[in-house]
Design a binder for this molecule. Structure first.
Ligand SMILES: [Zn+2]
Length: 375
């Protein structure tokens, strides 16, 4: 396995990543012109339509023997992976820089991308599709056209590796004392017993290589997701069927509600992941996967410290609910998540306000509305 020179990549990213899309709200109409402008070396094919008849595209790059399938935004409001994939297209198209990384990838691998699997959910900024079904719980029933598209492409190309790209909420932390889990990984279980099978070991090797690079840039902000088995989840089922499926959860970075930082690190992780596959994984120890600290849930977007709620001195923790506004902006509305002693939690913003008296929760909720933000 070879590792990318992070400093070189960092300077490439600064200058040349895909600047035509950004922010939290990414829809089909935003990515369509970018897809139409891809060079001929990246053939595009419509592989199906969403429930509301929006096209779903497959993009292919490279001509190597190892096939890798990557898809993003299976949950419509989880957009970091889509942005990262368009950064990757820029990188793979760049004739100048880091040529050997790009050549090894494109000569040794064939990459197949589905950059927006749930366009209907993306449009209205929901996790679920237009039938209100969570695609990540539809891997067995296949009740949605979108899950059938993914299954169809999987059966058609029969990849060795899959990258399943998601976003996780800002509540997730990692390490002790906790920091935001900016990137989390999972090698999904194949059954309730969570046995480390040969297939999972392969997945863990890819994750270990990504971890070895990310540690250099976001040490202490990388987490490992629970490997509890979800019998109807996509990753778990694909892994069970013999496809090495790497789950990446792009998470929060301080004050980065547009997820532009996690987008960059998601791109970095994916690039290292496919580069390690392209340059062979024999020398990677799968056990390094277990050195990644497990995710915890220790972050609030906002904490009010030491307030007086109906005569009791307490802390109150809030998390933002993301809501799509009519003009396409995202509104972050603080919602009360927990009250009590929150001294072991971290927050983006901590407000000390001993003067404040709230006679009940309703008054507190009304007060906190002034911290609503618009992205
Ligand atoms: Zn998700």
């Amino acid at each position: 396995m070879e590792r990318i020179d992070f400093l070189k990549l960092e300077s490439w990213y600064k200058e040349r990543h895909e600047k035509k899309i950004s922010g939290r709200y990414i829809t089909f109409s935003k990515i369509k012109p970018l897809i139409e402008n891809l060079p001929e070396a990246f053939p595009v094919k419509e592989v199906g339509r969403s429930f509301l008849n929006i096209p779903i595209y497959k993009i292919t790059a490279g001509k190597g023997k190892t096939k890798i399938l990557l898809w993003s935004q299976m949950h419509g409001n989880e957009t970091s992976g889509t942005k990262a994939l368009f950064d990757l297209f820029k990188f793979l198209n760049d004739p100048e820089e880091m040529r050997s990384v790009r050549d090894q990838i494109l000569n040794n691998c064939t990459l197949i991308f589905i950059p927006l699997l749930n366009p209907d959910g993306a449009e209205v900024f929901t996790r679920v599709n237009a039938q209100k079904i969570d695609l990540n719980r539809d891997a067995v029933d296949l009740k949605t056209p979108e899950s059938n598209v993914l299954r169809g492409v999987l059966a058609d190309i029969d990849p060795e590796y899959c990258f399943n790209l998601h976003d996780q909420r800002s509540l997730f932390t990692t390490g002790n004392p906790g920091k935001n889990a900016t990137i989390s990984f999972l090698a999904p279980s194949e059954g309730e017993d969570r046995v480390v099978t040969e297939g999972r070991k392969e997945t863990m090797k890819v994750i270990s290589s990504m971890y070895s690079l990310l540690k250099m840039c976001i040490a202490g902000r990388i987490g490992r997701y629970t490997d509890e088995f979800y019998p109807t989840a996509t990753g778990d089922n694909f892994q069970k069927d013999g496809y090495h499926t790497i789950l990446i959860e792009s998470g929060h970075y301080k004050d980065d509600y547009n997820r532009e930082n996690s987008r960059k690190f998601t791109f970095t992780a994916i690039l290292q992941g496919i580069y390690s596959i392209a340059t062979e994984l024999q020398d990677v120890d799968y056990k390094d996967y277990f050195k990644i600290p497990e995710n915890t849930k220790k972050h609030f977007d906002l904490i009010l410290k030491g307030i007086n709620l109906n005569g009791k001195a307490i802390d109150a923790g809030f998390r933002f609910k993301e809501e799509l506004m009519e003009n396409g902006q995202i509104q972050l509305i603080p919602e009360i998540a927990e009250t009590g002693d929150l001294s072991t939690y971290i927050a983006d913003k901590t407000i000390y306000n001993k003067e404040h008296f709230f006679k009940d929760q309703a008054e507190l909720i009304a007060y906190i509305k002034k911290y609503t933000r618009i992205l």
